[in-house]
Design a protein around this ligand. Structure first.
Ligand code: GRG
Length: 303
């Protein structure tokens, strides 16, 4: 449910999400035709088109529109974000990482195509992401495209997603404190969400002050995303088990509810959503509606 005191009661958020998801899915489908070598393109398409909430593309497009840009300016970047997100999931699911059999309700990439192909499908998606932004972005100044590409690249590499993953893997089985947990989440989750918002703003023509404001908004929702994920892990598994303590309270994996208690974690999530939406109050109210609702969606989602 959306917050009751929404300042945008007339905004049809579900319609907005559905419309954007349709155009993003169409653009992703077009970005990777089934061509030779069939095996690799099939594996790339399998994971990329397997569903997913498309949160990163939506944030990118909404941020571009917030500063007055048209959706088309940000669409190649929106697709690139989803390609990178998908490749990180393919690699994360590999036996040498999390060793998962299911992703987005379907068998993982390596279960269907084998490990070698899954590694290569991830590599090819990562490479295509940057090619796609550079080659397909139109009507945006070259200096803006280059700046956005640099922003995107830094969110993925050894100071971004990869940093989060290596620290996460290295601390398996260890007792970690809140700072350590936050480092992992900021890098594994927030960095790419931040890139989505900031790159959307850059493509849309934002000035420096707007870019930095959007970065603050993004940092809040990035952390919010993970805090809520941890809360859902607890509440969902308690519902499933019919118990008061969920699975993450019972295993060694560090989570916000485990380190600060469920109630304080929920309060922290409320604070983060309030901080995120405060940043939006400096923009045109009608144009800010999608990002306001996206923050609330991330905060109060059920999966
Ligand atoms: C990025 C070069 C490169 C390598 C990969 C494996 C790895 C390094 C990083 C792991 C990153 C990872 C799995 C982070 C978790 C991100 C996260 C919050 C996933 C869930 O995102 P949702 O809920 O998923 O948006 P859907 O399926 O809806 O898209």
């Amino acid at each position: 449910p959306l917050s009751l005191d929404s300042p945008f009661p007339d905004f049809r958020f579900d319609e907005y999400m559905n419309t954007k998801a349709i155009s993003v899915n169409k653009a992703l489908d077009d970005a990777i035709p089934l061509q030779e070598p069939i095996k690799i393109h099939e594996a790339m398409r399998y994971s990329l088109l397997a569903g997913g909430k498309r949160v990163r593309p939506m944030l990118c497009i909404a941020s571009c529109e917030l500063v007055g840009g048209d959706e088309s300016l940000a669409m190649p970047m929106a697709c690139a974000l989803e390609m990178i997100h998908t490749m990180s999931l393919i690699h994360d699911d590999l036996p040498c990482m999390d060793n998962d059999d299911l992703r987005r309700g379907k068998p993982t990439n390596h279960k269907v195509y084998g490990e070698e192909t899954a590694v290569l499908a991830g590599d090819a998606l990562l490479s295509l992401a940057f090619e796609h932004v550079a080659a397909k972005t139109g009507n945006v100044q070259a200096s803006r495209v280059v700046r956005a590409i640099a922003e995107l690249a830094s969110s993925v590499g050894s100071q971004g997603l990869v940093a989060g993953q290596i620290v996460d893997l290295s601390s398996e089985g260890e007792q970690v404190d809140l700072n350590h947990l936050e480092y992992i989440h900021v890098h594994k989750t927030s960095k790419l969400l931040e890139a989505a918002v900031v790159c959307g703003a850059i493509m849309g023509g934002a000035n420096e002050a707007e870019i930095e404001r959007m970065r603050k908004y993004a940092k809040c929702i990035g952390l919010l995303f993970q805090v809520v994920d941890d809360i859902l892990d607890v509440t969902k598994s308690s519902e499933e088990l019919g118990k008061t303590a969920g699975k993450d309270l019972a295993t060694d994996k560090a989570t916000y509810p485990k380190l600060m208690g469920l109630e304080r974690a929920k309060k922290f999530a409320d604070e983060l959503v309030a901080m995120a939406t405060e940043e939006l109050s400096h923009f045109d109210a009608v144009k800010a509606a999608p990002l306001y609702h996206l923050a609330n969606y991330i905060a109060y989602r059920q999966n």
